[in-house]
Ligand binder design. Structure first.
Ligand SMILES: Cc1cc2nc3c(=O)[nH]c(=O)nc-3n(C[C@H](O)[C@H](O)[C@H](O)COP(=O)(O)OP(=O)(O)OC[C@H]3O[C@@H](n4cnc5c(N)ncnc54)[C@H](O)[C@@H]3O)c2cc1C
Length: 423
């Protein structure tokens, strides 16, 4: 526990309270601590212990197409019921997720999808610059490796799909290169032989340890004078003068501004601030081969299997899968089994060592866009959650935008597609 965690804080009207210390919350905390002297981060867990702990570490700056798309709807029967599918609905949660899935279907219509692409692109155009700047400013650039990543195709048909994606990305100004089988093998020597080809995305990257990124950013926040309180915010009261009282088991915190960055658990607190957002979770899984040798290379995504393998300091991590099962059901061991099978099939000769397992909760809205912006009911409440598959990638640009809002500056991105009352 750091000194600032021991001290806790009762806050005050000049305090900016950030609820949630995942990658979104700690990135915002770092940015705010540079401009404000009373910033308080509140979380019952140590920084980066929830979903930001175990993601694939991919800085996916090329992903400008929301998953709510006509293409996903066309693929839905295969995705939901196919053998070895990367997407599952837990039967116990099927009724609960049904309204979310209906909204997702509506958000996938062509006109909404086109608007979603423009919105996501407006964030992604700045995401690389933002994360490089945040890491440089906070002295953590050693954890960031922006050397691109590879999407492999195992069949001729899949390679044709990658060629089509290459042309589409080109139309949007995103650099990519089609590689032959041999060229792909040269970039990822651990891969099984006989891959049909690959798409190289040279402007993407990965982090060497997503959890360490959070803890190191948090250390920098504390060094800059930021305070941290280990507590779960149960209630938010709004006394009527634009300020907030945050209630937790050990007491109360007063704050003049509030940033809500509680990931997949943000919805109940947003409701108390007057916004019913249809936030649910796409659960995802990882397996880390802790004994894999230092591969030193780039991340490798499989187009057909929809998983990604990232070389990290802690080993080779394979991550992915989407499971609709809410926040309370235990992980399904079969999903870890699926990832281990993919790993053994894709890297048959690789020494894997111990395999550690993990599951996390992607915070997802049905239109697959985050909520970033002020509450229309009280502009002192700023929302920053719902980053679905892209929370690490979009963490720093989100922090920049929230810092602009908190300081009363005009944000560099039009935030209307991300407003909390869009549903
Ligand atoms: C398998 C998997 C792979 C992924 N791979 C990638 C990837 O390669 N690249 C990428 O960009 N993204 C990836 N993601 C998505 C990314 O991990 C998430 O979008 C991101 O971690 C969300 O960050 P967050 O800070 O919003 O949430 P979290 O990390 O979940 O943090 C939220 C914090 O809020 C706290 N909190 C909750 N309720 C309260 C409360 N009432 N009071 C106080 N605190 C509270 C929690 O304790 C938690 O610490 C992946 C996700 C998964 C599951």
């Amino acid at each position: 526990m750091t000194k600032s965690e021991e001290q806790g804080s009762g806050g005050g009207k000049r305090t900016i309270a950030i609820v949630g210390a995942g990658i979104i919350g700690v990135s915002i905390a770092c940015r705010l601590a540079r401009e404000h002297d009373q910033v308080l981060l509140v979380d019952p867990l140590a920084p980066g212990s929830a979903t930001s702990f175990g993601n694939a570490g991919h800085i996916a700056t090329e992903q400008i197409f929301p998953l709510a798309s006509p293409e996903t709807i066309l693929a839905a029967p295969r995705l939901l019921f196919g053998r070895n599918s990367p997407m599952h609905i837990r039967p116990e949660y099927a009724l609960k997720i049904a309204p979310w899935l209906l909204r997702f279907t509506w958000a996938s219509r062509p006109s909404a999808f086109r608007r979603g692409v423009q919105a996501l692109k407006s964030l992604q155009e700045r995401s690389q610059e933002s994360i490089e700047a945040l890491c440089a400013d906070e002295g953590v650039s050693d954890l960031l490796r922006m050397r691109g990543h590879l999407v492999i195709a195992e069949s001729k048909k899949a390679l044709g799909e990658l060629e089509a994606r290459h042309l589409l990305l080109q139309r949007h100004g995103i650099e990519s290169v089609i590689l032959t089988s041999d060229e792909a093998a040269a970039r990822a020597s651990f891969l099984k032989p006989g891959v049909a080809g690959a798409l190289l995305l040279p402007r993407t990257g990965h982090v060497l340890d997503p959890h360490r990124l959070c803890t190191r950013l948090h250390e920098r926040f504390s060094e800059a004078g930021g305070q941290t309180l280990r507590a779960r915010v149960d209630n938010i009261e709004t006394p009527g003068d634009g300020s907030f009282v945050l209630r937790h088991e050990g007491g109360r915190i007063e704050a003049g501004k509030l940033i809500l960055a509680a990931g997949a658990r943000s919805a109940p607190l947003a409701r108390q601030l007057g916004h019913a957002v249809p936030l649910d979770t796409e659960r995802g899984y990882h397996v880390t081969a802790e004994g894999a040798p230092d591969l030193g290379g780039i991340a490798v995504e499989s187009h057909e299997r929809r998983i990604i393998m990232t070389p990290m300091d802690c080993g080779l991590r394979i991550a992915g899968l989407v499971e609709f099962g809410g926040l309370d059901l235990p992980p399904n061991p079969r999903r870890h089994g699926d990832l281990k099978r993919h790993l053994r099939e894709l890297a048959p000769d690789l020494e894997l060592g111990e395999l550690s397992e993990w599951m996390g909760f992607r915070p997802s809205l049905p239109d697959m866009l985050p909520v970033i912006g002020e509450s229309p009911a009280n502009p002192n409440a700023i929302f920053a959650f719902g980053h679905q598959h892209l929370g690490l990638t979009l963490s720093a640009i989100t922090a920049d935008l929230v810092a602009d809002l908190a300081a009363g500056r005009k944000p560099s991105v039009d935030l209307s597609p991300f407003r909390p009352d869009r549903f």
